[in-house]
Design a protein around this ligand. Structure first.
Ligand SMILES: Cc1cc2nc3c(=O)[nH]c(=O)nc-3n(C[C@H](O)[C@H](O)[C@H](O)COP(=O)(O)OP(=O)(O)OC[C@H]3O[C@@H](n4cnc5c(N)ncnc54)[C@H](O)[C@@H]3O)c2cc1C
Length: 506
């Protein structure tokens, strides 16, 4: 096999891979980046916002403690510490690398970890950072701009980016990784010998078997979201992430790390599932997150609907319900309230003050044959169509409406502003399942992202960054794990820097 030589091979061109490559190049090393697809960027192309921690020792200290308490100290503490310290430099790093963004959410030390975002919620443990909204590029999201900018920088620094070049195995000699085998889509396989290899291949969204085995859920890769099989449906299997990086690492003796998925709740089916990138315009997308009345297939409430703002948690809670689904139900009065008085809650990525074309969106979705959206004049027909037991639903409504009248949720303690009764038809109802952004985790690493072997010793020359190790930060099983673009950038930088330092004998 033909053999080439370089200092660092980076596998993958998402946030983690590009950040790692740029870092090693800036230290003067030679870098070859291999990307299996013709289009670079992986899931990073879908990113809208990057979390950045305030560059202030007090913020860093507090953010670290909040994160570790959220994971009950089960996250990989040295890695969390390094990530958080690097994250505090991330805003500056992005500016220096000409990534365009705007900080739109500024927090205070006092409110770190506890404040609900005035624009809408986010997992509480995530409220340790500010938000850098990336400027979109072309028809895409800001992640596209981020990837393009970093790729340009790699090439300007003399790095090589090879598309259509899947890495299929790692070469291990003794305790050390000395290179990779590349099987380009056209042409012969070849070897690249390197002093360090940084795996930034993300997850296994597109591998049904791995999903079933390692996610803790029975998945379906059903792309139309009809939810006829499995616990979950995947909204973005299009990223073609097949877990190859994880498997390659395991094959040469890397230890399995924490693994999981980053779930959230979504109406499946035609008309509502956005194309990639996100369908940010759909009014149904806005309404489907409203923390009004949610019931399960038995017609019973099962959560404080206010936690819908925490996508990770609410996604898992819904997957645990009978039929793996939930129903959001509201009546005409609440619809009018959202149109005329305004929304009580919006997820920060879909900001809107009022509903403006809810009926139009509803019609469009129903015309496409979506089976998960219901509009009914009576509870009887609603229950017939959803197969929710009528008596149970009536009982739930009676109890819930009484809480609304009292202005206090005596059952689950939901904030009073989300208590809106469901009294008279028309009734609007969405059937909502759990889906996922991406999978997280795969290999175990140390605090500097060095991949560990079965004995938990670092494998010389092998690093992993990004979603591939994100679950390490959140415990086993991970208690959170969405919004990982900042983690991908930071762990990429950490990997690139540590690889160079060790190469230079520091
Ligand atoms: C719809 C959606 C929206 C999101 N929005 C946000 C957001 O707003 N903010 C946020 O922080 N996070 C967000 N995330 C999460 C974020 O996208 C990821 O955490 C982040 O992009 C992970 O970066 P990565 O570099 O690890 O992986 P990726 O960006 O997925 O890159 C992995 C790359 O490796 C390549 N690859 C895989 N195997 C091989 C191989 N064998 N050989 C060569 N190349 C290979 C892939 O083709 C891909 O290009 C979102 C995710 C989704 C799905």
């Amino acid at each position: 096999m033909r053999t080439e030589h370089t200092d660092v091979v980076v596998v993958g061109t998402g946030a983690a891979g590009t950040a790692a490559a740029v870092t090693a190049l800036e230290f003067g090393k030679q870098v070859i980046v291999c990307e299996k697809n013709s289009a670079p960027g992986g899931a990073t192309n879908t990113v809208i916002v990057v979390r950045v921690i305030r560059d202030d020792p007090e913020f860093v200290e507090k953010a670290f403690l909040i994160h570790m308490e959220m994971t009950r100290w089960l996250g990989n503490a040295p890695l969390v510490r390094n990530w958080i310290e690097q994250d505090a430099k991330l805003e500056q790093w992005m500016r220096e690398h000409e990534i365009e963004f705007q900080i739109n959410y500024v927090t205070t030390l006092d409110n770190l970890g506890k404040q609900e975002d005035p624009l809408g919620g986010f997992p509480k443990g995530h409220l340790i950072a500010e938000r850098a909204f990336l400027r979109g590029a072309g028809n895409g999201h800001g992640g596209v701009q981020l990837v393009r900018t970093l790729l340009k920088r790699i090439e300007a620094l003399g790095g090589q980016v090879r598309r259509n070049s899947p890495v299929t195995s790692l070469i291990r000699e003794g305790g050390r990784i000395t290179g990779v085998v590349v099987h380009p889509k056209r042409g012969e396989a070849y070897v690249i010998r390197a002093k360090a290899v940084i795996l930034a291949t993300a997850g296994f969204n597109d591998d049904a078997e791995m999903l079933r085995t390692y996610s803790g859920f029975d998945y379906t890769l059903d792309r139309t979201g009809t939810c006829t099989q499995g616990d979950f449906f995947f909204l973005w299997p299009c990223t073609k992430l097949d877990g190859s990086g994880i498997r390659m690492a395991w094959e040469i003796g890397a230890k399995k790390g924490a693994m999981g998925v980053a779930p959230f709740a979504h109406i499946p089916g035609p008309g509502i599932i956005g194309k990639v990138p996100w369908n940010t315009e759909s009014q149904l997308r806005i309404v489907q997150e409203q923390p009004y009345l949610w019931v399960n297939q038995n017609g019973e409430r099962f959560m404080n609907e206010g936690i819908i703002t925490d996508h990770f948690t609410s996604g898992r809670v819904i997957a645990n319900q009978k039929g793996k689904c939930a129903y959001l139900i509201f009546d005409e009065a609440t619809k009018l309230h959202m149109e005329q008085e305004g929304l009580d809650y919006t997820y920060f990525i879909f900001p809107a003050s009022h509903l403006t074309d809810f009926d139009g969106d509803l019609e469009r979705v129903r015309a496409k044959g979506n089976r998960h959206v219901f509009v009914e004049d009576s509870l009887e027909t609603l229950c017939e169509k959803t197969e929710i037991p009528l008596d149970n639903l009536k009982e739930t409504l009676e109890r819930y409406n009484a809480y609304c009248d009292q202005g206090r949720d005596g059952q689950f303690g939901k904030p009073a502003r989300f208590l809106r009764p469901v009294r008279e038809g028309r009734y609007y109802c969405f059937r909502i399942y759990t889906t996922a952004y991406q999978t997280i985790g795969g290999v175990k690493v140390d605090g500097n992202t060095r991949v560990l072997d079965g004995e938990e010793r670092p494998i010389d020359g092998l690093y992993a960054a990004g979603d591939l190790i994100a679950a390490e930060l959140y415990g086993e099983p991970p208690v959170c794990g969405i919004g990982n673009a900042g983690i991908a950038l930071c762990t990429g930088i950490i990997a690139g820097r540590d690889a160079v330092r060790r190469m230079e004998g520091e």
